[in-house]
Write a protein of this length. Structure first.
Length: 646
């Protein structure tokens, strides 16, 4: 069945639409919808989604990525769909059922993302959709007009009555018309923030990652400790005796009765212990423990932590974001408290994760700190402290937020530096990387926030050649996601074999270089035998030899063979492309002294390689030895003259 239609192909679309909805109606009744009226309503709502796909979307009825679901539910429906808010809740349910039907019938485009992820996005977006459907500020002109007419008691099926109402409406004062139609002259709607396609880990990887979130172990230990009840203080804090036991049991890193020099500062309240206070508040918000009659008790649900810790992951992350990754660590009555800044930083928690999400790998914390620092200074003015002091405080706060998210199992941190800062030791710098479970939940949160967060996988079944040839259109971040999806469908050996084969087939040296880079990512051990096979072929010898040297499988001297200058040109071109002029100069030094390098230029200009001119021009422009640079410029002239007459 053809499922993609151009906007002009109304007849083809209408025929397929009728066939799909008729079969959908039958499928619903086969799967527990015996009420014909309910099945008809579901099919009608699914028809609205199909109409949007054909008229406003890409025309591909089989492809429903999360970005399309978000645009349909949060943008088009509130603007265009004239359905009372009390009745609009059926549509997301119908859309989800229709996608399940397409999947069951083998008609859904799987490259649009895993069905469970798209259904999760629909469920997550449904409350915002219902709210938007009742918000007049989001209505389009036509919908706002009809809504105002209906509110005045006009039967919208009565053309004469509607025309009379329109004439009366147009005669009203401008202020009244504006009041009734706040969107009567809408501006350009801002586009949703768009992220590159990201490969979402499989369900098994996500569940395994969620199950080892560090905070879940602390939750389980806390629930086991409080059991059927531990008394709290009058202000609702843990007693000092319980706090002392829990600091050790939960490994919160807090210090009871800290000593500074010769003086001991006695801890008088558990709220002075930020690590424990955070876990305690977090566990309450997540439903692990609750307070009853001035006692904290473990909930019945907390028993599931031992049986299935991963089931608490989403709840734990949601609870942390509700509390605030930073506010949950801070005493609002502490010295130099800045609650407004803390609120802003906590509000930026999801945008902070956008970079690591798009990078799909380690992301420098300094880049996150720079973004957040700009946002803080754009929002607040600080008079009592210097900009440098404030910036240091922001960096410490962001680092602490990353520690909270790491405790939640959303990300991991690496390359940390321990530096002395206000309030004690802080872990600074390094990079952060989302866990599989973190990637999955951030994807959902981004969609809920209205971002366009597509999922990679369009090229998962493509050949390695097709994948590499799409690199320019995908961009770096998009390519990373597609490569991950492509590799997930293959063993390491299969992926390496296909990628090595692509390097052989591709004439473009840039794509061949990219293929070798991906071979390293697949794994040096599995790829090395295949790269050695490539090194035998004259066209790829230079690239392959560089790869072997870079991974310690050949000595650097293997890059230069005085009897094979053609391969050496390829080596120099590779070094220039991957390491710049400095790497080029270092590689050229393998030819010997500056005099020997200059003499080599006289041999290089006669080579017909496409890389010859670029290498000579780079040497002539950047080599620090004047004699070598001059010889390279002369060789450039000779190569041009020779090429023109060849």
């Amino acid at each position: 069945m053809r499922l993609r239609f151009d906007p002009e192909d109304d007849q083809g679309f209408d025929d397929t639409r009728q066939r799909l909805l008729r079969r959908f109606d039958e499928w619903l009744r086969e799967h527990g919808f015996p009420d014909p009226g309910q099945a008809i309503e579901m099919a009608t709502d699914a028809g609205v989604a199909l109409d949007w796909k054909h008229t406003y979307g890409d025309g591909d009825l089989a492809s429903w990525p999360t970005r399309d679901v978000a645009e349909f539910l949060l943008d088009w429906c509130p603007r265009k769909l004239s359905v009372p808010q009390a009745e609009c809740h059926r549509l997301p349910v119908a859309l989800g059922a229709f996608l399940e039907f397409l999947d069951a019938e083998g008609l859904r485009d799987a490259s649009a993302g895993p069905l469970v992820a798209v259904l999760g996005a629909i469920e997550a977006l449904a409350p915002d959709y219902v709210e938007a459907m009742g918000d007049p500020s989001q209505f389009g002109m036509a919908k706002a007009l009809f809504g105002a007419a209906a509110a005045d008691g006009v039967n919208l099926g009565d053309d004469d009555g509607l025309q009379a109402w329109m004439a009366d409406f147009n005669a009203r004062p401008e202020d009244e018309r504006k009041r009734l139609l706040p969107q009567a002259a809408p501006g350009v709607r801002p586009p949703r923030p768009q992220l590159p396609p990201v490969f979402l880990p499989g369900e098994a990887a996500v569940r395994a990652s969620a199950a080892v979130a560090p905070v879940l172990e602390k939750f389980a230990a806390l629930a086991d400790y409080v059991g059927e009840g531990r008394k709290l203080t009058q202000k609702g804090h843990l007693s000092l005796a319980d706090a002392r036991a829990l600091v050790d049991l939960l490994h919160t890193g807090d210090v009871m009765d800290p000593r500074f020099g010769e003086r001991i500062f006695h801890t008088v309240s558990s709220k002075e212990l930020p690590g424990l206070a955070q876990v305690f508040a977090w566990a309450k918000r997540a439903g692990v423990v609750r307070v009853v009659h001035h006692k904290v008790v473990a909930t019945k649900g907390s028993r599931r932590l031992a049986e299935d810790p991963g089931a608490f992951f989403d709840r734990a992350v949601t609870a942390l974001l509700d509390l605030g990754p930073l506010a949950s660590q801070r005493d609002p009555d502490g010295w130099f408290a800045w609650p407004e800044v803390i609120a802003l930083l906590d509000g930026l928690a999801l945008p902070m994760l956008g970079g690591p999400y798009a990078a799909q790998g380690p992301f420098p914390l300094d880049d996150i700190v720079a973004m957040v620092t700009d946002a803080v200074f754009d929002t607040f003015e600080f008079r009592s402290r210097s900009d440098e002091d404030v910036a240091r405080r922001i960096a410490a706060d962001v680092s602490d937020m990353m520690d909270s998210l790491a405790l939640a199992g959303v990300l991991t941190r690496s390359g940390l530096e321990d530096t002395e800062a206000e309030g004690g030791e802080r872990r600074r710098g390094g990079s952060v990387e989302l866990t599989p479970a973190g990637t999955a939940i951030v994807a959902r949160l981004l969609v809920e926030a209205g971002c366009d967060a597509p999922m990679a996988g369009r090229l998962a079944e493509a050949s390695a050649v097709e994948l590499l040839e799409a690199a320019d259109d995908l961009g770096f971040a998009g390519l990373v996601g597609e490569v991950q999806a492509w590799r997930a469908r293959r063993t390491a050996e299969q992926a390496a074999r296909e990628m090595a084969g692509a390097a052989r087939q591709l004439e473009d040296p840039g794509l061949a270089t990219l293929a070798l880079m991906l071979l390293a990512d697949i794994g040096v051990e599995v790829s090395a035998p295949m790269v050695r096979e490539l090194a035998v072929e004259r066209r790829l010898r230079g690239l392959a030899t560089c790869w072997l040297v870079d991974h310690g499988l050949e000595p650097a001297t293997a890059l230069y063979d005085p009897d094979d200058v053609e391969t050496f040109v390829a080596v120099l071109a590779c070094r220039l492309a991957t390491g710049g002029p400095e790497a080029l100069v270092d590689a050229l030094a393998l030819a010997g002294s500056h005099d020997q390098q200059a003499a080599l230029m006289g041999r290089l200009w006669r080579l017909p390689s496409d890389a010859t001119m670029g290498v000579l021009e780079a040497i002539g422009a950047t080599h620090p030895a004047k004699a070598v640079a001059k010889a390279a410029r002369k060789a450039c002239f000779q190569h041009r003259s020779w090429a023109a007459t060849a």
